[in-house]
Design a protein around this ligand. Structure first.
Ligand SMILES: *Cc1c(COP(=O)(O)O)cnc(C)c1O
Length: 395
């Protein structure tokens, strides 16, 4: 039982998942094997890419992505500051340095392509975008910018499994014209990195996935995920190979079969659960529209979101502690996504100080309201009632 009348997040997990994990335990094959292969294949199909590789978590996925795309000491990679710290930490693991770009505005918390452009110089190797809250970034502008400057693009899709947007593919239309196509997040940049952490739309506890269409990158990812070894235990067990060679000082970033079994069940529920989240968000947006001074990011968003988060922006600085306390007293849990990375002690010590006005304003005023697939109308209305009452007393 939750301590909260309305918790911030909750997962849709039941007998099907328990059954799938039990079946794996009975099989006694616990690490990467046939269930993982099936999970990867179905995930690749959902995203619309040739290759998917399941890993320990999204942070490991991001690390491998930047590594195989060639980031290293002396390079910089542009990313948002308004994201979970792993987005930037993973760049640091390679020896490269993150350079933080600002987000678009208080109504669109995604990285701004104009701000990315202003961050580019001779050291820039790539761009890492984050589809904040499940809302796809302006990928068409960002991919055009990246192509023009020869930069790689990693998508941090931790919030956005199942989301997608329209992008132009240069030279693919009749007569070599560009053509508009709808693509899922994780299939637009060079590599997509997903998280299956317990509070994400597809949850396995810990877990992650890399997706790519590029065979050369896929080979490299496969190698580095498992110690740089040329063959895996599963192949050897099936008699495919008796020895192995080591081609790189790789990692152990493998997932296990229990998590892949959970992931397969969760993947089957993803589209319907994202749809339930969409309905909850619509109700929130309808009922909260018109509260003077309160901004509802992405309220007029037209693309296909996975509705991971429900952020709102308070009218003024200094209101947040009182606001969250007001909701807490009514049994409503809130959070805030995210404290900007460039303001953390470690990142202040290793990056050039720089003003990111929109990110900083959001850092002071953002609040995340409860959202999960099975949130009830009564729960949404209780949150709306609390926000409206607070608003009538404080704005
Ligand atoms: C959760 C999250 C991560 C990290 O995912 P893990 O699977 O916990 O490593 C990275 N980026 C963003 C934007 C996230 O929300």
């Amino acid at each position: 039982m939750s301590l909260w009348n309305v918790p911030l997040a909750d997962i849709d997990l039941g007998d099907e998942e328990i059954g799938a994990v039990t079946e794996v335990l009975r099989s006694k094959w616990l690490s990467m094997g046939p269930v993982t292969a099936e999970f990867e294949q179905q995930f690749a199909t959902m995203v619309g890419v040739k290759h998917a590789f399941a890993v320990t978590n999204c942070t490991a996925a991001l690390h491998l992505a930047h590594l195989v795309l060639g980031a290293g000491p002396g390079d910089t990679v542009v990313c948002p500051s308004l994201t979970f710290v792993a987005t930037a930490n993973a760049i640091r693991y390679t020896g490269a340095a993150p350079v933080f770009a600002d987000v678009t505005g208080t109504e669109n918390c995604n990285i701004s392509s104009e701000s990315i452009a202003s961050c580019l110089d001779a050291t820039t190797k790539g761009i890492c975008v984050v589809h904040y809250g499940g809302y796809p970034c302006d990928m068409d502008s960002i991919m055009t910018l990246a192509r023009r400057h020869g930069l790689y693009v990693v998508e941090d899709v931790a919030h956005a499994p199942g989301a997608g947007c329209w992008v132009t593919l240069p030279g693919h239309g009749p007569g070599g014209d560009s053509e508009w196509v709808f693509k899922r997040c994780g299939s637009i940049g060079d590599i997509g990195c997903f998280s299956f952490f317990s509070n994400k739309n597809l949850a396995t506890g810990e877990g992650g996935m890399l997706t790519t269409d590029q065979d050369v990158l896929a080979e490299r990812i496969k190698l580095l995920r498992s110690h740089g070894m040329t063959s895996l235990t599963w192949d050897r067990d099936r008699g495919h190979s008796f020895s192995y060679d080591v081609m790189a000082s790789g990692f152990n970033y493998r997932i296990d079969e229990m998590r892949s079994a959970l992931g397969l069940v969760q993947l089957r529920k993803l589209e319907a659960n994202n749809q339930r989240r969409a309905e909850a968000v619509n109700r929130y947006h309808e009922k909260l529209a018109g509260l003077a001074g309160i901004t509802l990011p992405f309220a007029h968003y037209e693309g296909t979101s996975s509705y991971h988060l429900l952020p709102i922006v308070l009218p003024a600085d200094e209101q947040r502690p009182g606001f969250t306390e007001f909701l807490k007293e009514r049994g409503i849990q809130t959070s805030m996504h995210y404290p900007p990375i460039h303001q953390f002690t470690y990142y202040r010590s290793c990056t050039t100080p720089k003003a990111l006005p929109v990110t900083e304003q959001l850092g002071r005023r953002l609040v995340t309201l409860p959202l999960y697939p099975h949130i009830t109308l009564e729960q949404i209305d209780a949150v709306v009632e609390a926000v409206t009452t607070w608003h009538s007393q404080h704005v």
